[in-house]
Every structure is written in structure tokens, then in C-alpha cells.
Design a protein around this ligand. Sequence first.
Ligand code: ZN
Length: 63
Amino acid sequence: MAHKDDVTRVLAACTACGSVYAARQWPDGEIRIIGQEGCSCGSTDFELVEESEGDSTGDAASE
Ligand SMILES: [Zn+2]
């Protein structure tokens, strides 16, 4: 379980407006959403969203 150098696919919610994005969590805990610099509302602060339905993105493409 010690994948210290691996990024993790997560869902992240904007802390300002609550919009949820597909994101990656870095080993240091930083969360960055995929494909955008930040939320459409202008915030760049996100919090991890616990997935309740498993991986529903179906995105198996490499990086
Ligand atoms: Zn937002």
C-alpha cells in the first residue's frame, strides 16, 4: 500500500462552490483537478470526495 510516488485518481470538490471534478491527488496530499487550472468559479482549493460507487469514469487511458 506504500505507493509514495503514485498519484491517485480522485474526485475533488471545490471548497468555494462545491463543484465536483475529476482530479489527482499527489503523494504530498495536494489535489489538482484534471484539465483545468482551477474551478470555473476561480477557486483553486479542492477537497477530496469519497467515491461511493467505485470507479465510474471508465477512463482507462494511460495518463
Ligand atoms: Zn468553485
